[in-house]
Design a binder for this molecule. Structure first.
Ligand SMILES: [Zn+2]
Ligand SMILES: [Zn+2]
Length: 346
């Protein structure tokens, strides 16, 4: 079978490689992949950012996917042939201190599907049954492919933020995690504004508006006037930074109200700024990373109930056979959440 792999330690360098169909080992099932999404971290692998230098190449990428169980290994008890499933792709070791106290998302020795071993941009994948999550009957297979990024937003908002009814919320960054975070924050009762930059003007900010949010383009809008209008000059109760850019945090400090909360979801990188104003304003600086079982449960309920509008959010224009086009368009902001039809590889 063919799989789309990262083949060289440079930007681009994605090619189809030939792989043997995997055999499910003890405790594993064989999943036939139906749909797989393109995520910001897949784009990071495409551009070969430093976070991915640990990868052994070639590795088939893709970690957000929905499939069906087609074979079960010895000792599998929870899943059977025909079950529709998604994977929780960040697998804790089960043995370190964090795993033992129920903080698997910050495991000291986690492995990630599509980074540390072959992922879902291929027809079949063998997965330990403990990493699988069943797809509810009333969630479409194509929509289930975005359950994983939705679970990350669910964790950021429901587990790690204090957003409640009537709160004024700013989500910085209209990428996939940003627009999912905005939808979950709205489901929690927040009034949400989404901000982006120049390159977001063509696709991502209009998509945010289609999803029901007011938007700010920080490249040409007067953000101070916006803040004045939305919050009476007080500032936002909660600001989520999903930009993954150093300016995301410093901007959040300008936008949040005194006594408010900043939730860092994107990986900001390196930035320096004066912290005393944060202390004097008693800003709650909270981080959110990855997701766990309960976040997937919430993710599926949010999708099923339409709080996360997959019909509008998912972009089906791209094929894995023209993956470069999908990646380049994603990096330029011309799409937000491409989902590939993996059955094309059959
Ligand atoms: Zn992802
Ligand atoms: Zn662990």
């Amino acid at each position: 079978m063919r799989g789309l792999a990262k083949v060289e330690r440079s930007s681009g360098a994605m090619e189809f490689v030939e792989r043997a169909k995997p055999e499910p080992g003890a405790g594993e099932v064989l999943v036939e992949v139906d749909y797989a999404g393109l995520c910001g971290s897949d784009a990071g692998i495409y551009e070969f950012e430093s976070a991915f230098e640990r990868m052994e190449l070639p590795t088939v990428i893709g970690h957000e996917y929905a499939g069906r169980v087609v074979e079960v290994g010895d000792g599998v008890t929870e899943f059977g042939v025909g079950d529709r499933v998604v994977e929780r792709p960040i697998r804790g070791c089960g043995e370190c201190y964090q795993c033992r106290i129920g903080e698997e998302n910050v495991c000291q020795d986690a492995v990630i599907t599509g980074v540390d071993h072959d992922g879902a941009y291929e027809r079949f994948i063998a997965v330990p049954e403990r990493a699988l999550h069943p797809i509810p009957d009333d969630v479409k297979q194509q929509h289930a492919a975005v359950a994983e990024p939705t679970s990350i937003a669910a964790r950021a908002v429901i587990e790690n933020s204090r957003v409640g009814a009537g709160d004024r919320v700013l989500v910085e960054g209209p990428g996939p995690i940003g627009l999912l975070t905005a939808q979950v924050a709205a489901a929690q009762g927040g009034t949400v504004v989404v901000s982006g930059v120049g390159q977001d003007a063509d696709y991502r900010l209009p998509l945010a508006e289609e999803l029901g949010f007011e938007t700010v383009n920080v490249a040409d809008d007067d953000t101070e006037a916006r803040r004045e209008r939305h919050t009476g000059g007080v500032g936002y109760d909660v600001v989520f930074d999903t930009t993954g850019h150093p300016s995301g945090l410093t901007t959040a400090v300008d936008e949040v109200r005194k006594g408010g909360q900043i939730v860092l979801v994107g990986q900001t990188g390196e930035t320096s700024m004066p912290y005393s104003p944060l202390v004097r304003a008693e800003i709650d600086l909270q981080c959110s990373y990855a997701s766990m079982y309960e976040d997937f449960e919430r993710s599926f309920r949010l999708i099923r109930d339409g709080d996360v509008d997959c019909e509008t959010f998912v972009d089906t224009r791209f094929s894995l056979f023209e993956a470069d086009e999908a990646f380049e368009t994603f990096i330029e902001g011309g799409t937000c959440k491409p989902v590939f039809d993996i059955s094309e590889l059959a």
